[in-house]
Write a protein that binds this ligand. Structure first.
Ligand code: HEM
Length: 420
């Protein structure tokens, strides 16, 4: 093992590993146990890496404020995702979700969202039994692809093959099933490369079939490649779409799944969503925010590139390049104050958490804080609230589950469901 990066002074070192280095069973119990034993600031040495975990109010503030050039989210996320995704997918990208969503208003994708929801609802009949997370996953594919691959992709005969390929690529597996990454490495990512080629072929055909601009997100992506020659252009556009789509599938369908689960479990809230009047006009959005908060399973990582001083409120740690700063949302979102473990969409005032009052903003995270907060938040909240309004405006859903829990191994993104 090479020498670990220094942290001075060194906080307590927990007897714990990260699940991509060694199976840990239940990740929340393992990292929660480390926090119970060591306090709000501690180190985990795992594999070749040293992680500095921060949970105190000042530690969280410092974590979210650290500049990208000093401690990088991009580098940390790429390291995690490249355990699953082929490296070439990250090379040469010309558009980021920040650029795409900063330049687009809701009107650039609202029509696509409505169309995707209509298609999904048209496949439902009274008396059907659905697996909710499979339903939300298929809907997530439709919502995303209709928005950034052009609405016409929904009519493609190859749509099912495209979503199968994207499910095989699924970068989120790196944190949903971290122990499987050894197998992926041993295969040289063969299944992923084959899936990438299939998705590229289907998307290229669809994009090339577009004859005139439509003012949507796909036009914005294609315009970045105006000066490129074929086949670079066709591959480049397809990969921009694929990476964007995989980013969306990290969280959106799962957050939507929990939003539906919680509403089925809380009929009184659902009644108010259906009435949707007065102060409840934005209730569907607040339900989506509340379910996202509760289901958050994200590990937040920043790879230290330049020496950085981190003040956790009690002391200042000097952290050397090579270390990784970290925090873990299931250990903040539900426990920072009494009552946070309960489902209550009325704790939100618009986009702000109002109850319990007096909490520092970083104590609870749904879409992030500071420079790296989610660029797709308006897109995701619009998509989720429109699904809620239209699905429950048309159907009653009756629970066929007794309990809903997250898969114990997951360490990142919004929880999937351990059981159907
Ligand atoms: C309910 C759905 C979603 C949730 C809960 C969510 C949550 C988050 C959170 C918590 C962060 C901050 C992570 C950190 O600080 O380390 C983030 C960042 C990000 N999200 Fe989302 N997200 C959602 C949907 C999406 C979608 C649909 C896309 C893309 C189409 C997307 C793309 C991104 C990107 C690219 C970043 C990184 C931004 C940066 O590094 O500056 N997200 N998201």
């Amino acid at each position: 093992m090479s020498e670990l990066p220094t942290i001075e002074p060194l906080p307590p070192v927990a007897d714990c590993a990260m699940p991509w280095d060694r199976p840990v069973g239940d990740t929340v119990a393992a990292i929660g146990g480390a926090r119970a034993e060591c306090g709000d600031t501690f180190v985990i040495d795992s594999g070749e890496d040293r992680y500095l975990f921060l949970f105190s109010p000042a530690g969280l503030r410092a974590f979210y404020a650290v500049p990208e050039k000093q401690a990088s989210k991009g580098v940390a996320d790429a390291k995690m995702l490249m355990r699953k995704l082929p490296e070439e997918l990250f090379q040469g990208r010309r558009i980021t979700p920040h650029e795409l969503f900063d330049r687009s208003s809701v009107s650039a994708y609202l029509g696509a969202l409505e169309e995707a929801i209509s298609r999904q609802l048209a496949g439902l009949n009274p008396g059907d039994e659905i697996e909710l997370f499979d339903f939300s996953r298929r809907l997530g594919h439709r919502l995303g692809l209709a928005s950034w691959a052009g609405r016409e992709i929904l009519d493609s005969d190859e749509f099912g093959e495209l979503t199968d390929a994207l499910d095989a690529l699924d970068g989120a597996e790196a944190f949903v099933a971290p122990t499987r990454m050894r197998e992926v490495a041993l295969s040289g990512k063969a299944a992923e490369r084959e899936a990438l080629a299939r998705a590229e072929r289907i998307l290229s055909r669809s994009v090339q079939g577009r004859r005139s601009p439509r003012g949507d997100l796909l036009d914005e992506i294609v315009s970045r490649w105006d000066d490129a020659a074929e086949p670079e252009k066709r591959v480049g556009v397809s990969r921009d779409i694929i990476l964007l789509h995989l980013a969306s599938m990290s969280n959106l369908f799962a957050a939507l799944g929990w939003t539906l689960v919680h509403l089925v479990q809380h009929p009184r809230i659902l009644e108010r969503v259906r009435a949707g009047d007065g102060a409840d006009r934005d209730l569907a959005t607040r339900c989506a925010l509340e379910s996202t908060r509760i289901a958050q399973r994200s590990i937040m990582l920043r790879a230290v590139l330049e020496p950085v001083a981190v003040d956790d409120g009690s002391r200042t740690y000097r952290v050397a390049p090579g270390a990784t700063l970290a925090t873990f949302l299931p250990l903040t979102n539900l426990v920072g104050a009494p009552g946070l473990d309960a489902y209550d969409p009325d704790r939100w005032r618009g986009p702000r958490l109002a109850s319990p009052s007096g909490l520092p903003p970083e104590a609870v995270t749904s879409f992030g804080h500071g420079p790296h907060s989610c660029p797709a938040r308006p897109f995701a909240l619009t998509a989720m609230s429109r699904v809620v309004e239209r699905l429950f405006g048309t159907f009653d859903l009756e629970p066929r589950f007794t309990q809903a829990t997250a898969p114990p191994e997951q360490i990142g993104g919004v929880a999937r469901s351990a059981e159907p």
